[in-house]
Design a protein around this ligand. Sequence first.
Ligand SMILES: [Zn+2]
Length: 463
Amino acid sequence: MKFLLRFLCFVAASQFALAARAELRAGAATVNVTPALGIEINGHVHDELRARALVLDDGATRLAFVVVDNCLIDRAVFDAAKALVFQHARIPSNHVAMSSTHAHSAGSVTGAHLSEPDAEYRAWLPRRLADSVRLAVNNLTPARIAWGRGSVPQHVFCRRVTVKPGVTYTNLLGLTGDRVKMNWSSPEPAVDGDFAGPTDPEVSFFSVQHADGRPLALFANYSLHYVGGVGPGHLSADYYGVFCQRISELLGTEKQDPPFVAIMSNGTSGDINNNDFHAKLPARKPYEQINRVAEDVAQEVFRVAKNLEYRGEVPLKVASTELKVDYRKPSPDEVARARDLMKDRDRSQLHTWPEIYAREQIILVEYPEAASLPLQVFRIGELAIAQWPGEIFAVSGLDLKKRSPVQPLFNIGLCNGWYGYIPPPEQHALGSYETWRGRTSPLETNAIPKMTQASLELLEKLK
Ligand SMILES: [Zn+2]
């Protein structure tokens, strides 16, 4: 009897879904994910870390976005959160886009060469991420949507700079094969100042309003690694948090109940930072550069958002797949050399870059032969959103934007998982930090062409 009732309810719900097709509803919410002092940081919390969630529903399909103030979140953490979302809100995992901002001052729940996560915080986070979606679902209300694109070229720079022809450059690992170098430091004799790749200056966004025209949420996307320059020992959401604050102010959303929610996601910024290699920038006070970038990006979004046409009937679509991509594994010789260098010392006793990367080889040797990458694309009306589980170079994001059969498109990086930097083959050939084999760069050199092809096939399904 109970089963029959449930079945009838299900039929009724489906009928309702068909009748209400494409009538948009939206809900948004944030939850505080700031760790206690002593977990990620012992210094000071400058601004609270948040998970920001937005749920869209067209009567037939429900999508959820969550963007988390954290540097690195791997698939296991996102999958645990998505399982809870399905359990409590019945949204399937492949309808949920969860990503980290990559703010370097927000701690990390995933181990990489320079840090290991706090186990307790890592275990605590999924439930909070799921909560953000459940709260957003509670806020679902009739809505309308529009999307736009602006350009903020002055804050993005390719951080990989070419080495002068004929010059032999010794990298941090003591090796001489790299033909590019990071722009972290000031210009030096080995570097000729040419950028090794393009930037993507676009700031893409979609804006959601209540049916009566009041702002409900705004989801933005910009391809910038992070800004940095926080106070000493500070925990902070970097420019992502300040952008959300500023666009909320510009749109005049204070005192709304439930509150307006702004979200800034990371795009394809694996090789893009905020350091202008050619300019001699004056020393900045803490947060000065963060505020500058946030202000410019928010003003550009606000400018474009003024002239949008909103629609209340927008179909939502999803396509997803699992893509097998090989890991780059160290050879038995390389493993033997790594063990030799480490001399059975643990992490706290390893200090030089060759020692740190020796440990990475010992970790990688335990990895399976291949990774199964979660690839997803969403469609909101004409707008397509591709989701990449790693740090993707700008050139690869631009390539998918250009080739997508659904236009326009934007890319969310560090989404649904983290498989390190994923440089395209021609950038692997140039070497440097993003290509050094370790947890920060574990995948085969041909991963990007495979991922691009798979994403194009998913987009084709949504055409
Ligand atoms: Zn990074």
